[in-house]
Write a new protein. Sequence first.
Length: 92
Amino acid sequence: MAPAVKGFADRFDLRLQGAPEGISLQAVSPISGGVELVFAADAAKVMAGTNGNLIVDLALKTAPATPKKANGKAQRPAIATMPAIPFQVVEE
């Protein structure tokens, strides 16, 4: 794995912004030349055929967190947003 790729994963948190209920970002892994994002869909909350775009924000892991939100979790402010990622939920 290239040091720059590993450094990216060590320095940044990635999180979904405004994703449909039932769709989550399960894992972020450094790979050669980039980062692999693994998404999951909860079959009880999202139907096959659902499609759209997912937006992923980047935040520095070392940035101070903002005050707690209504959900009780403090979040670091986003410093960048990745381009929209098209998705479609399919049955396995």
